[in-house]
Design a protein around this ligand. Structure first.
Ligand SMILES: [Zn+2]
Ligand SMILES: [Zn+2]
Length: 311
């Protein structure tokens, strides 16, 4: 997942190089997983000791919301699924916020996610929790990750904004840690940096694990996909927990498809559209929704997979 130092998943020239690259990636992955965890354990002590200020909590919430929206609006709905289009400045803005999440370079993230949609809950899914929940949640990152951007998100490679932010992902990730430090000193870094990354890591991964295990299924989806809708993950992840809706209609800019399905990311895209800052927003007609709704034991899954939006 953390191939951002190179800005993408690179083919290895030799077996030796491949093993070295894989070990380096695994080492970095472990560091980037353990540092936020260690920071969060210390933050509990910090809070318990009365050292945490209201400013620290505001920094946590502010940076959490900004970074989460960078992933959901930028990496996911805009880049991977092309659910809407926006100008280069906003594209860069959302992708930079996404880079703060320390989930890899934007283009690598998009390729891996597009592969997940293509092979959902099969052996080729990078992070299916169906056989092993821990694998779907976190340990998949320690394995060999192969999702070639040239194969899964080919057209996005032509976007200079996407490629610039992807190649400089490490810089933006560091900046995302330094900003709360500049604003709030060490405790600002602790809460607005490490704790914020730790919580968002697990919320993002919960979409992969919890939302393929626990929750309800409103729509039939193709193949062996077992995506679910989960309201709690939906709230924490700015709308990404309506994951069965999303697998049924991957290109939809809105994942909450019913009135009570809170989808903060979708609301913001709607406002951007009203302001003229987002265009070609993909929506799903009520007729198409109804045609995909589960029909009980007699219902049959769709024979055609909805396009992921990549390629
Ligand atoms: Zn999924
Ligand atoms: Zn998706």
């Amino acid at each position: 997942m953390f191939e951002f130092l190179k800005g993408g998943v690179q083919p290895a020239d030799t077996l030796v190089n491949y093993r070295l690259a894989m070990r380096t990636t695994q080492f970095l992955t472990v560091i980037f997983l353990l540092a936020p965890l260690a920071g969060t354990v210390y933050a509990v002590f910090h809070l318990w000791s009365g050292l945490t200020s209201l400013k620290d909590i505001y920094l946590f919430i502010g940076f959490y919301v900004a970074t989460a929206l960078g992933v959901t609006i930028g990496f996911h709905r805009m880049l991977t699924h092309k659910s809407f289009e926006t100008n280069p400045i906003l594209r860069g803005f959302f992708l930079i916020l996404g880079a703060w999440a320390i989930q890899g370079a934007a283009i690598s993230w998009a390729a891996l996610h597009a592969k997940h949609h293509t092979y959902s809950d099969t052996d080729d899914d990078p992070h299916s929790p169906v056989k092993n929940f821990a694998h779907g949640h976190v340990t998949w990152m320690l394995g060999p990750l192969r999702a070639e951007p040239e194969k899964y998100v080919k057209s996005q490679l032509q976007d200079p904004v996407v490629m610039f932010v992807s190649r400089t992902a490490f810089f933006w990730a560091v900046l995302g840690m330094l900003l709360p430090f500049f604003i709030g000193g060490f405790s600002g870094f602790l809460w607005g940096g490490l704790v914020r990354v730790f919580v968002l890591h697990h919320v993002t991964w919960a979409v992969n694990s919890v939302c393929h295990t626990f929750g309800s299924r409103t729509y039939e989806t193709a193949g062996s996909d077992h995506s679910t809708n989960n309201w709690l993950v939906g709230l924490l992840s700015m709308g990404e927990g309506w994951h069965n809706n999303h697998h049924a209609f991957p290109r939809s800019a809105y994942h909450g498809l019913k009135r009570r399905q809170v989808d903060v990311t979708g609301y913001i895209i709607r406002v951007l559209g009203m302001l003229g800052l987002a265009k070609n927003i993909t929506t799903i007609s009520p007729e198409l929704r109804d045609s995909r709704a589960k029909k009980g034991p007699g219902g049959s899954p769709p024979s055609v997979t909805e396009p992921v939006g990549a390629g």
